[in-house]
Design a protein. Structure first.
Length: 276
């Protein structure tokens, strides 16, 4: 079976668009029936949060109709298998009386992380941060360019680039993005910012979705001018001293450096470190 990784069709390529009821060992030697307790989840799976209500609905469907489509797995060790695709089905099946699950072994020439990401994107929307972290993992693991990854997962290069950029977003704003409280446009405008950069009224407008991206850009530019390199400078400085930092300056070049600590113990440690 020839599978082109760059078509971005992961599961359909593996299954060949066949009904599982028509697949037998003579047609596909990779099809196995595996005891459910021998299948383990992959900690690197992109999706971290699962909707319990949807899992329960899927469980009821499996009880009635069985597991129509097989999981995709790789061999973990002598007795166990690692999930590549189908974690929602695997979770739902655990609430049924099913003892064994049909599964396909992933061909050696396919990357499990790519297939797992493609399956999640095609079946149900990932949270923004989950998708972005999965892209970052594949880029670091396989040294992909954004263009190459775009061809693999079937998303535009700009989509991937913008998602990777929001990984630098402050956790407060990243949570708002994941919950749909702010848009990707808002998120791009907020990269390099923290809640401390905004007064209470402006922050409330952002949280409540009362501020357009254009208005946010205007209000942001009136308070702080953010040099494109400052984000990386702050990150490097924070890693060096072990504390979160914030660098700001105005049009005249006058600015300040903030170092954040969380308790008195950290404060004393920081002061001693600066003195020495």
């Amino acid at each position: 079976m020839v599978v082109n990784k760059k078509l971005g069709k992961g599961l359909s390529s593996l299954l060949g668009n066949k009904d599982i009821s028509k697949i037998n060992n003579s047609e596909n030697k990779g099809l196995l029936l595996i005891p459910i307790e021998k299948i383990l989840r992959d900690e690197n799976q992109p999706r971290k949060i699962f909707d319990k209500e949807k899992i329960d609905e899927l469980s009821q469907s499996i009880k009635k109709n069985g597991l129509i489509q097989p999981l995709i797995v790789i061999k973990k060790d002598l007795d166990n298998y690692l999930l590549v695709a189908g974690e929602r089905r695997w979770r739902a099946a655990q609430s049924t009386d099913i003892k064994v699950l049909p599964a396909l072994l992933l061909p050696d020439d396919l990357d499990k992380d790519e297939i797992s990401l493609i399956e999640n994107i095609q079946r149900e929307d990932l949270k923004v941060s989950e998708e972005a972290k999965a892209y970052q993992r594949l880029i670091e693991k396989n040294n992909y360019t954004h263009e190459t990854l775009s061809n693999i997962v079937g998303k535009s290069r700009s989509h991937i680039t913008n998602l990777l950029r929001i990984l630098e977003l402050d956790k407060f704003f990243l949570d708002l993005l994941n919950k749909g409280k702010i848009s990707m446009g808002h998120a791009r405008a907020l990269v390099g910012k923290t809640p401390n950069d905004f007064d209470d009224n402006l922050l409330k407008q952002i949280v409540n979705g009362k501020l357009s991206v254009r208005d946010l850009e205007k209000k942001k530019s009136k308070t702080i001018i953010q040099d494109p390199n400052l984000i990386h400078e702050e990150k490097n400085l924070s890693e060096t001293i072990g504390f979160k930092t914030k660098i700001t300056f105005n049009k005249k070049g006058k600015g300040n450096l903030k170092i954040f600590y969380e308790n008195l113990e950290q404060y004393n440690f920081l002061i001693n470190k600066l003195k020495n």
